[in-house]
Design a protein around this ligand. Structure first.
Ligand SMILES: NC(=O)c1ccc[n+]([C@@H]2O[C@H](COP(=O)([O-])OP(=O)(O)OC[C@H]3O[C@@H](n4cnc5c(N)ncnc54)[C@H](O)[C@@H]3O)[C@@H](O)[C@H]2O)c1
Ligand SMILES: [Zn+2]
Length: 360
């Protein structure tokens, strides 16, 4: 029996556990038995549905309603949401029903939102199949779809009943998607877990070796998911500490946008962490040694730490457009140390410009 781990999200009667390890998906049988839903729908990444051994082994896929969903950000569209609601109607889902969502963060965001809105909220279980989903997207109950005007514009908080992180899914994940997840793992470490950071630093074999070592992978997912779970348990609706998870994302989102989304999220966040680290260093609130350690780890994991050729004007525009849209001053989650981040508001745009210019 392979090793397993569990992390708790503590939110009173909405508490649930994140079950991690090879074979975690098999826990679904017990969960279904215990909850005895009136009906049941399985929403699955269509690319994995026909081919992934973990899914082919699931009896529910032969006996219950199945909704195949295309992978990737395109899943988070109003059209896909409508298709999900229509599938829920065909399956006769009511308040006693259960939806299981197996896929990456895009799929769990979409299907979680469909469950949040169906009959004003029906139970769902998240089965993240990407590293990013396991350590971030599937935990915490944020669900959303995109509109042409922006990402995640329509959404709801709707906690799942359980999160099953079956590490067996990661074997088929493309290397680039694994790297995206690793960027969020480093983020979790800098935000709240110096031991996770040190563990990653000790990984001399880089991303490839980590991915092939089930014990190390389990440890990394357990610790990173633990950071997210602990923060969500303190601040479910992002009134306080949950904002710390935006570390690397203010600059990261701007880099994504200014590149016309040619730079994938995880790489953009890695660049964002490096630049926001330098911003904090420049303010005298993040020691140079810690900043260098952070960039060293990102580099060792194959993640970028410097700005690619981008139009600086477009980058600054993307940063301030974000600010205008939110109607408030530019806020950053900046590191003070490895394992400790703080929210800093009202930064002088010239300070940010200087950092971007020096990094270009
Ligand atoms: N709700 C939250 O709190 C939260 C947090 C972070 C990110 N997100 C959202 O998550 C989304 C990104 O999620 P993602 O990085 O998981 O990417 P994704 O869901 O877009 O999936 C990326 C690709 O990987 C494929 N894939 C998924 N699992 C696979 C597997 N096991 N083997 C092979 N291929 C597989 C998918 O089909 C897709 O092509 C974004 O929309 C982001 O906004 C949400
Ligand atoms: Zn992210």
């Amino acid at each position: 029996m392979s090793r397993r781990a569990e992390v708790e999200v503590s939110l009173g009667e909405r508490s649930y556990s994140v079950r991690i390890g090879e074979g975690a998906l098999a826990d679904l049988s017990g969960l279904l038995e215990a909850s005895r839903p009136t009906s049941f729908l399985f929403a699955v990444d269509e690319g994995l549905l026909a081919s992934h051994p973990l899914l082919l082994a699931r009896p529910e896929l032969r006996t219950s309603a199945v909704l195949p969903v295309p992978g990737g950000e395109g899943a988070k569209s109003p059209q896909r949401l409508l298709a999900a609601w229509e599938a829920f109607a065909r399956a006769g889902l009511d308040r006693g029903s259960l939806v299981v969502a197996a896929g990456g963060g895009s799929l769990t965001d979409l299907v979680g939102f469909a469950a949040a809105t169906w009959h004003r909220g029906i139970p769902w279980i998240a089965v993240p199949t990407t590293l990013l989903g396991m350590v971030d997207a599937a935990i915490g109950g944020k669900t959303a779809i995109d509109l042409p005007g922006g990402k995640n514009l329509v959404g709801a908080f709707h906690q799942p009943r359980a999160v099953l992180c079956d590490l067996g899914f990661l074997g088929t994940l493309p290397a680039g998607e694994f790297a995206t997840g690793l960027a969020e793992v480093v983020k979790a470490a800098v935000v709240g877990d110096p031991e996770l950071f040190a563990f990653l630093e000790g990984e001399s074999g880089g991303a490839d070796r980590l991915r092939r070592d089930p014990d190390r992978l389990l440890e990394v997912v357990r610790l990173a998911a633990g950071v997210k779970a602990a923060i969500v348990s303190r601040d479910e609706r992002e009134a306080g500490d949950r904002r710390l998870l935006n570390f690397g994302h203010t600059v990261g989102h701007a880099v994504e946008k200014a590149s016309g989304f040619a730079i994938p999220h995880g790489r953009a966040v890695s660049i964002g962490m490096a630049l926001e680290g330098r911003l904090a260093e420049g303010r005298g609130t993040f020691p140079s040694g810690e900043r260098a350690r952070m960039e060293g780890l990102l580099g060792a994991l194959g993640l970028p730490t410097s700005l690619p050729r981008l139009d600086l004007g477009a980058l600054l525009e993307a940063l301030t457009a974000d600010k205008k849209a939110r109607g408030r001053r530019l806020a950053f989650a900046l590191p003070r140390a490895i394992g400790r981040v703080e929210v800093v508001e009202g930064l002088d745009p010239r300070e940010i410009r200087a950092i971007l210019e020096s990094a270009a």
